[in-house]
Design a protein around this ligand. Structure first.
Ligand SMILES: Cc1cc2nc3c(=O)[nH]c(=O)nc-3n(C[C@H](O)[C@H](O)[C@H](O)COP(=O)(O)OP(=O)(O)OC[C@H]3O[C@@H](n4cnc5c(N)ncnc54)[C@H](O)[C@@H]3O)c2cc1C
Length: 390
């Protein structure tokens, strides 16, 4: 078996792995991206992604943003808690940005990054399934199946962007996991009220329900118990629309129609450290979060961006790529952002998804206080947009 050598081997060509590969183009660092599936699925993943203004800036630098023509700017976010009075409204002025974020379709984002990747000089193998990882003091080795052959690559740094599937092979990587026992039901829905730009995040004891602006329609992310998710997916369209109306309330009038429904199980999974010997984790491989507040991809994109910076800096300064010093800097840079966003999203779920009347009242008061305290609003909004450093 022949063994090729690259400075960097990226495993997993989801949106975050592809973003890292793009960020490394034209840097003089040799890299390869290995993806088990790789080509955009014909069947569209209906998941909406709320991209923060910070992600928008990174995607512009990667020349991906201009391909994402179907995006809806978020001009207001309404946050409320069912069964209590409080509400907070966030606007771009609160955060000092042109838009609070942009809603895009996962499939569009995937295709846009993928197309840009194909236009670059990046070595990219789709249909390459990694089966084995080994790491030593000086280098790592990746074994993968490609077109019926087993191949091997040696590398200075192995980047896991595989959603966390292969990390079990590396004893130095330890995960914490928490099952929320919730699923997200996702669909595109049309409401009686015609408006654009307003995102609704409504907390209920079963979990949050979000309606994100998708041009004149809404992208629904409805969190429910696993049993209820199955029931909701199986409902006929009129019954589904009535049930959603009953659950969400009357703010948008009745719901008129819905597109294909899909459901995703939700869990919190995060690596205690985002690095190990000759290994760095990015995206969902580093942390998989609850989709409340739409932070997972935004955080993963910042992982990719920071790692690309550290790699490029090491290369320019003729320091060893993937050496303990470089990995320690990456870990140190990401730890604060990753922990803060994880604790923020996890606390939202734990605080708001409950039936306790006293706690519900306290959450309502919290939303009122947030709404009436501009510096606090600015603090929260900027952290949702730019990460922990705001
Ligand atoms: C319902 C829902 C709504 C969401 N909404 C938002 C939102 O509004 N905003 C936001 O920022 N985030 C959101 N997220 C989170 C976001 O979708 C994820 O964080 C993001 O897609 C993770 O991308 P990734 O590239 O890290 O991982 P993945 O997309 O999991 O990609 C991993 C890739 O690795 C490949 N792979 C796996 N194993 C191997 C192997 N052995 N060999 C080679 N390749 C392999 C897979 O084929 C896959 O392509 C949401 C998530 C859900 C479920």
């Amino acid at each position: 078996m022949t063994t090729d050598h690259y400075d960097i081997a990226i495993i997993g060509g989801g949106p975050v792995g592809m973003a890292l590969a793009l960020a490394l183009r034209d840097t003089g660092v040799s890299s390869i991206l290995l993806e088990a599936r790789g080509v955009p699925e014909n069947d569209e993943d209906p998941r909406p992604l709320a991209l923060s203004h910070g992600s928008h800036l990174i995607l512009r630098r990667l020349d991906v943003w201009n391909r994402l023509t179907r995006n809806t700017p978020i001009t207001e976010i309404h946050i409320s808690n069912r069964g209590s009075l409080g509400q907070t409204i966030l606007t771009p002025e609160d955060a000092g940005v042109p838009a609070l974020g942009y809603v895009v379709n996962y499939h569009d984002l995937f295709c846009s990054i993928h197309q840009q990747l194909l236009n670059s000089e990046t070595d990219y193998l789709a249909g390459a399934t990694v089966t084995k990882l080994d790491t030593g003091q000086q280098a790592g080795t990746v074994t993968f199946d490609y077109q019926g052959e087993t191949r091997q690559i040696s590398t200075q740094l192995l980047v896991l962007a595989d959603g966390g599937k292969l990390a079990g092979q590396l004893p130095q990587i330890e995960y914490h996991e928490h099952d929320y026992h919730q699923w997200a039901v996702v669909a595109n829905v049309k409401a009686e009220a015609r408006q654009t730009g307003i995102a609704y995040e409504r907390f209920t004891p079963d979990g949050p329900v979000a309606l994100l602006p998708n041009r004149e329609d809404f992208a629904l992310v409805w969190t429910v118990s696993p049993v209820e998710a199955k029931t909701i997916i199986a409902l006929n369209e009129p019954d589904f629309l009535v049930r959603l109306h009953r659950h969400f309330g009357d703010r948008l009038g009745r719901f008129i129609s819905a597109g294909k429904r899909s459901a995703f199980p939700l869990m919190l999974k995060y690596a205690v450290s985002a690095t190990a010997r000759r290994v760095a984790l990015i995206g969902n491989a580093a942390q998989t979060l609850h989709p409340v507040a739409g932070q997972g991809f935004n955080l993963g994109l910042r992982d990719a961006f920071e790692l690309a910076n550290e790699i490029t800096l090491a290369h320019v300064q003729a320091r060893e790529i993937g050496a303990p010093a470089m990995l320690a800097k990456y870990q140190q840079k990401r730890q604060f952002d990753s922990s803060a966003v994880r604790i923020f999203t996890d606390s939202l779920i734990k605080l708001f998804s409950n039936e306790n009347a006293l706690l519900k009242h306290a959450c309502g008061l919290g939303l009122i206080a947030l709404d009436r305290t501009p510096p606090l609003k600015r603090f929260v909004a900027r952290r949702m947009i730019f990460g922990a450093r705001g």
